[in-house]
Design a protein around this ligand. Structure first.
Ligand code: FAD
Length: 362
């Protein structure tokens, strides 16, 4: 979120500094792991559809400008019981926004994508424009283009405190003290400790990403044959995955992780965790049930209603707080970066951000 905001501010000619405790792209926060799903028939709520449509435009622009692969359209499958959260929600968004989609029976899903075997009580919603983003490339692209437009970077430098000074703000880092007219805080899992006065109801959740090599060499999971997918395999329980783009088939559980602290996060993965996801692979994608290539730990920062938090600080309008995560934020980072830049320059945002207001919680 920070790199995208930096890019939009710099491109608009604003004098801007990007500060990060690490050197993005890095694997310590919420934006690593080679891929992030982007989808338009948004099961969480139709209100996200216009924001993701703008995100698509901006990802395409970024890709054109850098010449690097950032957005790959594989199509997407939302799988589950017809009245479940994933399928029911995707159909609601698709119908409300007249999005291209197809409703497939379990058999049709398996015929079209033999790598996946839904159970007979499930259906699939196919959306042709879904795909995945390459987060590390996207972040590096935003940062380098921002620098090209004159942004400065202070990396490996942690913000330890901020305080308002008249209409502006003073930021103390481990290396320096900076003064600015506006401050955008997009601190991921570290957000709650940096805006303690708001007592934001954010919780950090440990999540794991897994890569499995198919048991036998196969083209079933190649990206031109196999889409991104989400599957509600039990009421309210969702897992999801990606095609094999050379590092094995990537799969993960959506939520269901334990509460964590970003500074003491357990970064190793237990055999029981691998056994749980392997049982799902065995049931739904038996051809992918081979050796584990890698397992990597990441963090969700969740709000109680799982909708984003993007707003000015209620007491200090020069401070913008951005916590668009709850496990589904990356796809929007291009368009949210654009909105953060508008907020930071006191311009009118081009989307209604009221569903993401802070005062719904504090
Ligand atoms: C496993 C996993 C899978 C996901 N899958 C998807 C998906 O498929 N599709 C999707 O759209 N979304 C997905 N998400 C959610 C998405 O990745 C997040 O919403 C998004 O990456 C959050 O970005 P962020 O900028 O808020 O946080 P981060 O990327 O973590 O950035 C926060 C930055 O703040 C820096 N920072 C923190 N504290 C300080 C400080 N004191 N001083 C200076 N810098 C500081 C950190 O170093 C970090 O670089 C997933 C998340 C995870 C963890």
């Amino acid at each position: 979120m920070g790199s995208a905001a930096l890019y939009h501010l710099a491109r608009d000619g604003v004098r801007v500094l990007g500060v990060d405790r690490y050197t993005p792209p890095h694997a310590m926060g919420s934006s690593h792991g080679r891929s992030r799903i982007i989808r338009e028939a948004y099961f969480e709520d139709p209100l996200y559809v216009p924001l993701v449509q703008r995100a698509y435009e901006l990802w395409d622009d970024l890709q054109r400008e850098t010449g690097r692969e950032i957005l790959v359209r594989t199509g997407g499958l939302m799988i589950g019981p017809p009245d479940g959260a994933v399928v029911g929600g995707a159909l609601r968004s698709a119908n409300q926004h007249a999005l291209p989609h197809e409703r497939l029976t379990a058999t049709q899903v398996n015929e079209r994508f033999p790598g996946f075997r839904p159970t007979v009580d499930m259906i699939g919603v196919w959306e042709p424009r879904a795909g995945y983003l390459v987060p590390e490339t996207a972040i590096a692209a935003h940062l380098s283009l921002a620098e090209g437009h004159g942004a400065k970077l202070a990396l490996g430098e942690a913000i330890v405190d901020w305080r308002v000074t008249g209409d502006g703000v003073e930021v103390t880092t481990t290396n320096s003290v900076y003064r600015a007219d506006r401050l955008v805080l997009a601190l991921g899992a570290w957000m709650p400790r940096m805006v303690r006065d708001l007592e934001l109801p954010l919780t950090v959740e440990r999540t794991v990403l897994y890569w499995f090599n198919p048991a036998r060499p196969t083209t079933l999971f190649d990206r031109d044959r196999f889409p991104i997918w989400l599957c509600e395999y039990a009421p309210g329980r969702v897992w999801y995955g990606f095609p094999d783009v050379g590092h094995g088939v990537k799969v993960a559980l959506h939520h269901q992780g334990s509460v964590a602290d970003p500074d003491t996060l357990r970064r190793d993965v237990a055999p029981e965790e691998i056994a749980y996801i392997r049982a799902l692979l065995h049931a739904f994608m038996p051809n992918a049930d081979g050796p584990v290539v890698e397992a990597e730990v990441c963090m969700y920062t969740n709000t109680p209603d799982e909708h984003f938090l993007i707003d000015r600080h209620p007491a200090h309008s020069q401070l913008i707080v951005a916590s668009p995560c709850s496990g589904h934020g990356f796809k929007f980072s291009s368009s949210i970066g654009e909105q953060l830049a508008l907020l930071a320059t006191d311009a009118t945002t081009s989307f209604d951000l009221s569903p993401f207001r802070i005062d719904r919680f504090v």
